[in-house]
Ligand binder design. Sequence first.
Ligand code: NAD
Length: 352
Amino acid sequence: MRILITGGAGFIGSALVRRLIEHTNHEVLVFDKLTYAGVLSSLEPVASSNRYTFVQADICDAEAVSAALREFRPQVVAHLAAESHVDRSIDGPAAFIHTNLVGTFVMLNQVLEYWRTLRDDAKAAFRFHHISTDEVFGTLGEEGLFTETTPYDPRSPYSASKAGSDHLVRAWGHTYGLPVLVTNCSNNYGPYHFPEKLIPLIIIRALNGEPLPIYGDGTNVRDWLYVDDHARALQTVFEKGQPGETYNVGGDSERTNIEVVKAICGILDQLRPRADGLGYAEQITFVTDRPGHDQRYAIDASKIAADLGWTPSVSFEQGIAQTVRWYLENQSWWQDILNARYATQRLGVARA
Ligand code: NAD
């Protein structure tokens, strides 16, 4: 198949591209603006493949989207391009509204025009797959899980913009008959994760001998999924999913933030012990909480398991050990980002 992937130079998009080039015969066109979060070196492992092409362009640019569709003639559009960091959405929500809402609208409109030009069999086989987050569902107490029918209750500018984009996608499915798929996934982690996110931030700051900031009391719970398992879930959904359906994707690995940070410290203590003989957990420090910090997210991923046969293959303990090892072995990947784009400073402290 020919698959157009927006946001393919990002964390999850690049994992999907590497998977498709390395493990399938699909052809891939990456359509990515290369914002601060787009990292071309994450695609280096597949850059020499003749089944891989890259276009630098903005999903808000209707003409660029239309040209890519006309020239590449995809059978699947996997839409991952987004502003993705909650803390940045607190400091500067405008980019989130623009890219996540307006950009998704532009994608839908252009894809619909292109789809209408296809022959009936190609029309029926086409898929627009929108990649979204569990954050659209709001926050949970100590009990319960998000299912595909949980009402939306987004609370950050990021999650509100993703919720709106999910509604747009479903509206284009219902109103125009576009064959759409939506997946809502829990927190991802793994190699090539931009250093602003909790897990790479902690690994890098630990290695640099800096304080390890924990928001609030560290009891916020997230369900962690290894990124390669997410990439496999995405491939499963656009190959086998039922148009019009939503699938929740999760790792069945709930951990508090403090548990995550302590796990990283423990692995670093083994692999790269501190010169002074103390543990990395000595560097943990509690800082003012994120405004509006949701307490708990947890996913019920039984539908994708029952209907499409996907389950996570990597446990949190395996995945976090692999991830720490990757950051130790690939320092030049993240050092380049630290030098040029983001130096691990705190983001997302709202003004009173
Ligand atoms: P990321 O921030 O690492 O990557 C986003 C990519 O989109 C970058 O390559 C960036 O250059 C590109 N992009 C941004 N604005 C663009 C625009 N206007 N036009 C074209 N390209 C643009 O994000 P990620 O963590 O890989 O997340 C990918 C998708 O998955 C997002 O839609 C996100 O909401 C969703 N998601 C993420 C997680 C997670 O844990 N990271 C969990 C669930 C869902």
